[in-house]
Design a protein around this ligand. Sequence first.
Ligand code: ARG
Length: 455
Amino acid sequence: MSRICLARCRAAVVALSATIFLQHSMAAQSAKPASAPTVYVKAGHLFDATSDNFRDNVILVVEGERIARIASAAQIAIASGATVVDLSQAWVLPGLIDCHTHLEARADKYDPINEVKDTPFMGGFNGVVNASKTLQAGFTSVRDVGSQPFFAVDLRRAIDEGYIPGPRVVASGPALSITGGHGDMNGFAPAVSNLMYPDERDFAIVDGPEQVRHAVREQIKYGVDVIKILATGGVLSQGDKPGAEQLTYDEMKMAVDEAHRTGRKVAAHAHGTEGIKDAVRAGVDSIEHGSLIDAEGIEMMKAHGTYLVADIYNDDYILGKAVEFGLPKENVEKEKTVGRLQRENFAKAVAAGVKIAFGTDAGVYPHGDNAKQFHYMVKFGMTPAGAIRAATSGAADLIDRAGNVGTLEAGKYADLIAVTANPLDHVEALEHVSFVMKGGKVYKDELAAAKGSRP
Ligand code: ARG
């Protein structure tokens, strides 16, 4: 095709898209209801995540997608005939946020050979199911950190369009990895390794700062919200060591500079002691895993205000399933060295006052079980309120969505859940979420079913 033709064709496509866009937005405008419906949510006990306590007998006035007002029940007169959601026997909290998920992944498919067996469509099917399970478990927002290009971006769009149910998604692209690193397909002949989703190789395997710069810019071009980098080796990869640094400081610094320049954050997978420190020095916004962090690393995280997102439930699932899954000895051994230390070091980081955001690596274990991690966060040093705030106000701050989610306040999205026992007494209550509202829409309501009807 000649240059001129290419330019003309492009102009035609642009004009056509502009027309379609205009028609769409006009249709959308005319379809908009005159005023958003008002729903009164009666909360027996409300944890709004601006403090560490519940307060009793509160009403949230929800208009459309957002909370218009919150006040004690005595202060709000509910008009007769108004829509009421009765959670007066329940404990109501903000929708939970998991800052480390892989909605494309299934926990029963660890074998890397799947990467050359499945087509990318399989990831899409997984995503539809996993997004729904996650929302049903009370997680109304997630940060998805590492998938094929650009699964998470499309998933975010399909959910935002209301086409499929799921949490709000803060999307990354494939995680940036060095050649032979945690994100590469190691242990195969070159011809097989190169079959790893070819697209993914292009966007994710980087050597040297300039390749990092290009990859970050490309991922941003295709719509990611956050950049995920692999600072050290990993547990479930082949032929690398969790403790060993992989990306260099200069490579990480490049990723951070390029991402931050566009207002995007950087999440760094980092198990190893030195890789954690270089990632913090480079200015990443969160350390994922953080397993082998030492006292100096803890101090550095505090000084930089870096969040720790530690997946401390995973170890149970991985070691529990190792035999059934035929997990290679290499991975089992790596998990055995990392899992216990990760929990101990998490406790040290908590005691030192490092900022903690909730993140589980869902996909390594089955989606929907996210809340099982609360038990461990409390066991390893957090208060129940602290653990809940790590999954609400803290997580919202890390994912840069604090203006919209993470607390229940006027102006925020009406993303809320209810449980039937006080999670401050028994944090495991969050493993059984009875009610889920996202953006004012009810996605789960076992309380109404139990009562027979809902007014
Ligand atoms: N995706 C991580 C990795 O392969 C999982 C680590 C799980 N183990 C743990 N103890 N958190 O490195």
